[in-house]
Design a protein around this ligand. Structure first.
Ligand SMILES: Nc1ncnc2c1ncn2[C@@H]1O[C@H](COP(=O)(O)OP(=O)(O)OP(=O)(O)O)[C@@H](O)[C@H]1O
Ligand SMILES: [Mg+2]
Length: 258
C-alpha cells in the first residue's frame, strides 16, 4: 500500500489587498486523520479552510490532493469542472452557517439525498431509505424528512448539514466552527455525534474553531494560528497540555480562566 498524505500543503499564502490573511502555511494531512486549526478572530482560519477546499485561490503556495487515480494533484491546476466534481463527491464542507451549506427551500430529505445522487445513486427507494437512516443517525426525527430546514432549529440544521456531507462517504471533510452559535448543551451533543461519525467513517477532516474544547475532542493534531501564521503545530494533547509558544500558552490559559 502506498503511504501518502491525502492533502499536502506547502507555503500557502493568501493576501487580501495588503492584508495577509494567511502566510506560509505547510502541513500534510494523512488518511483518517483529524487536524484542528485554532486561533483568535481574524487569525486566518476561515481563509485557510476556504483555500484548502478550493473556494478561494491562494496568492502563493500549493495544495495537492491525493486523487487515488493520479496520486497527488495540484488542486488549482485541475479544470474548474474537475474541481467542482471533487467538491460534490470526494469532499464535504460543513459551513459555520447552515444557510451556506443547505438549500433552505428544499426538504431535509432532498438536501441529504442530493449528495447520494451526485455520486451516482438513482433508485428512489434506496435513496430514501438511506436518507432515513442518516437522518436517524444524526438524531433528526425521520417523520420530518419532507420538512424544509428553515422550519428546523439551528442545531437541527447543523445536523442535516452533517448528514448531507457524510452520506456520500467523502474522503475529506472541512468543518468551519461546526458548533458555533449553538447553546452549550446542544454543542456538547453535536460534538459527541461528530466524534462518533468521524471515527466510524474514517474520514480525514480539518476542523477550524476558536473553541479549544472542540479540538480537544475531535482533533488528533493541532495547529495554532496567529496573524495568518502557524505559530505552533503538534499533537493535540501535547499542544493543549504543554504549549511551547507564548501565544499558545496565552490561548490555553485564557480559556482555562473562563
Ligand atoms: N473576503 C475578504 N476580503 C478582505 N479581507 C478579508 C476577506 N476574508 C478575510 N479577510 C481578512 O483576512 C483576515 C483573516 O480573516 P479570517 O476570516 O480568515 O479569520 P478567522 O480566523 O476565520 O476569524 P473568525 O474567528 O472571526 O472567523 C482578516 O484580517 C480579515 O479581515
Ligand atoms: Mg472564521
Amino acid at each position: 500500500m502506498t503511504e501518502r498524505p491525502i492533502l499536502r500543503v506547502r507555503g500557502l499564502t493568501r493576501l487580501y489587498g495588503r492584508t495577509v490573511a494567511c502566510r506560509n502555511v505547510s502541513f500534510d494531512l494523512w488518511p483518517g486523520e483529524v487536524l484542528g486549526v485554532v486561533g483568535e478572530s481574524g487569525a486566518g482560519k476561515t481563509t485557510l479552510l476556504k483555500c484548502l477546499s478550493a473556494q478561494v485561490e491562494p496568492t502563493d503556495g500549493t495544495i495537492e490532493y491525493d486523487t487515488r487515480a493520479d496520486g497527488l494533484v495540484d488542486v488549482f491546476a485541475l479544470s474548474e469542472p474537475a474541481r467542482r466534481m471533487l467538491l460534490r463527491t470526494d469532499w464535504g464542507i460543513v459551513h459555520q452557517n447552515p444557510r451556506d451549506g443547505l438549500h433552505m427551500g428544499v426538504s431535509a430529505g432532498g438536501n441529504v439525498g442530493e449528495r447520494l445522487m451526485a455520486v451516482g445513486a438513482r433508485h428512489y427507494g434506496n435513496i430514501r431509505s438511506e436518507v432515513l437512516d442518516w437522518l436517524d443517525r444524526v438524531e433528526i426525527d425521520t417523520g420530518r424528512i419532507d420538512d424544509r430546514p428553515d422550519t428546523f432549529s439551528g442545531g437541527m440544521q447543523q445536523r442535516v448539514q452533517i448528514a448531507r456531507n457524510l452520506i456520500s462517504r467523502p474522503r475529506l471533510l472541512f468543518l468551519d466552527e461546526p458548533t458555533g452559535g449553538l447553546d452549550v448543551s446542544v454543542q456538547a451533543r453535536l460534538l459527541d455525534l461528530l466524534r462518533q461519525l468521524v471515527a466510524s467513517t474514517g474520514v480525514a477532516a480539518i476542523v477550524v474553531t476558536h473553541d479549544l474544547g472542540v479540538v480537544r475532542l475531535l482533533a488528533h493534531r493541532l495547529m495554532v494560528m496567529r496573524g495568518g501564521e502557524v505559530v505552533e503545530h503538534g499533537l493535540t494533547d501535547q499542544v493543549l497540555d504543554d504549549p511551547q509558544h507564548a501565544y499558545s500558552q496565552l490561548l490555553v490559559s485564557s480559556i482555562l480562566q473562563v
